[in-house]
Every structure is written in structure tokens, then in C-alpha cells.
Design a binder for this molecule. Sequence first.
Ligand SMILES: [Fe+2]
Ligand SMILES: [Fe+2]
Length: 141
Amino acid sequence: MIRAAFTPSLITGDPFVDGQHRHLISKINALLDAKDADTALKTLDFLIAYTGYHFAMEEQIMEENQYPQLAAHKEVHAQLVEDVKKLRDLLQAEGPTENFMNQINNKVTDWLYNHIKGDDQAFAEYKNIRQGAQCGMDNML
Ligand SMILES: [Fe+2]
Ligand SMILES: [Fe+2]
């Protein structure tokens, strides 16, 4: 099974966010390595809980920074949560089959790569510009 990997192209520059993304990727790998239904389900449930924790943290930082795209970003997070719920049903129905693992790669790993490189990095850029602007204003006072 192809393993997920954290590459430099996924770095946002926020050490907390980057650390959580690394952890998400290592948990996806643990799921891809699961050999039996019980281990797979426990690993997926941990991944679901950790994803919820990560999304909540990101959304909180966005709120603190008055991010104009917050609502849209929340929608995208919520859609992934829905998709993963369906994958949990699939795992319960057929166990850790090749079909299930392929769907994890297609719907979770690829989603995460695209989401980090698109939406999460867009926010990181916004936050850097905003904080830079605030520093500039402080200097003028
Ligand atoms: Fe993220
Ligand atoms: Fe995100």
C-alpha cells in the first residue's frame, strides 16, 4: 500500500498546525498498515477524533485572525468529516479490504494534501500578511 508522506511542500509555517498535519499523516499510515478489522476501526476512530481536534484548532486560529474565508473553510472541513463517516460505514461493512484502503488514499490522503497546499497555506499567507501589517502599524505609533 502506498504510504502517505509529509513533504516540505506541505509546510504552512505554523509549528502547531504543521505538527498536527504530520501527526495526521502518521495516523493515516497506521490505518493503511492495519491488518485486521478491529485495529483498522480503532485507528480510524482515533483519526476521526484527531481530525476533529485539528479542524477545531485551525478554525479557532482563523476566528482570532478574523479570516474572511472562515465560513468556506469550515464547509470544506465539514464535508471531509461527512466523507470519512461514509468510509467508516464501508470499513464496518467489508473490513480493511484493498477497496477500503484505496478509498482512504483517494478520499483522505489526497484530500489532505490538496487541502493543506490550497486552503491551509492560503490562510497561513493571510495570517503572515496580517501580522506583518500589524507590526508595521505598531512601528508607526
Ligand atoms: Fe489543516
Ligand atoms: Fe484546514
